[in-house]
Design a binder for this molecule. Structure first.
Ligand code: SIN
Ligand code: FE2
Length: 205
């Protein structure tokens, strides 16, 4: 485990190839039930370059009217499919949180897609970390501090890596500069899939 800044914990290669393949099969099931959609920026309505869907009781969506968590797919109106058991097991291994994840955002990056610097702060409680799992091509992941003007650094996220954004790092700025095509043979097409597990509500004990 590598902790580049307190609370940002990287587990390189936590998933071996077989585990990546079985997780990918589960993600394909999720996408069959809840098709990828193109979110839009609040206000401007500009489309994201990343296609998204979700699994779990809640899913993160973005539209002209803002960001929110909701129990149904914005286009089909159907509940999100359940979080695959293998993903919940990863959460239980690394999150250090007694509650189960409530939302899993599935991000699909085509080779030219990127994600601007942002903070994950639409949750109602920040005690639990965000747990991120990478599949497919390597990306250049950028992270900074809690202030937008804080200096940033980058690290590479490879297929099978698990990154925990928690503790003192829970509200740091982060994003994806670019995808490095041809770095993984996991997906049938160039690109990357990122899964982020979150809790939205505090765990009541
Ligand atoms: C995110 O911040 O939602 C995704 C980060 C990533 O794709 O690694
Ligand atoms: Fe994020």
């Amino acid at each position: 485990m590598i902790e580049p800044v307190p609370g940002l914990r990287l587990f390189p290669g936590m998933l071996d190839r077989a585990a990546q393949e079985s997780l990918l099969a589960a993600v394909r099931e999720v996408v069959r039930a809840a098709p990828l959609f193109t979110p839009r920026m609040p206000r401007s309505g500009k489309p994201f370059s990343v296609a998204m869907t979700n699994c779990g009781p809640l899913g993160w969506v973005s539209g002209r009217d803002g960001y929110r968590y909701q129990p149904v797919h914005p286009e089909t109106g159907k509940p999100w499919p359940p979080i695959p058991a293998g993903l919940t097991a990863i959460w239980q291994t690394v999150a250090g949180c007694p509650g189960l994840p409530q939302a899993c955002l599935v991000n699909h990056y085509a080779p030219q897609a990127r994600m601007g610097l942002h903070v994950d702060r639409d949750e109602r409680d920040f005690t639990a970390p965000v747990v991120s799992v990478s599949l497919g091509d390597t990306c250049v992941f950028r992270y900074g501090g809690t202030e937008r003007k804080d200096p940033t650094r980058s690290l590479k996220l490879n297929s099978g890596d698990v990154l925990v954004i928690g503790g003192a790092a829970r509200l740091i700025h982060h994003g994806v500069d670019r995808i490095i095509s041809g770095t993984s043979t996991l997906l049938s097409q160039p690109g990357r899939i990122n899964l982020t597990l979150r809790r939205v509500d505090p765990v009541d004990e």
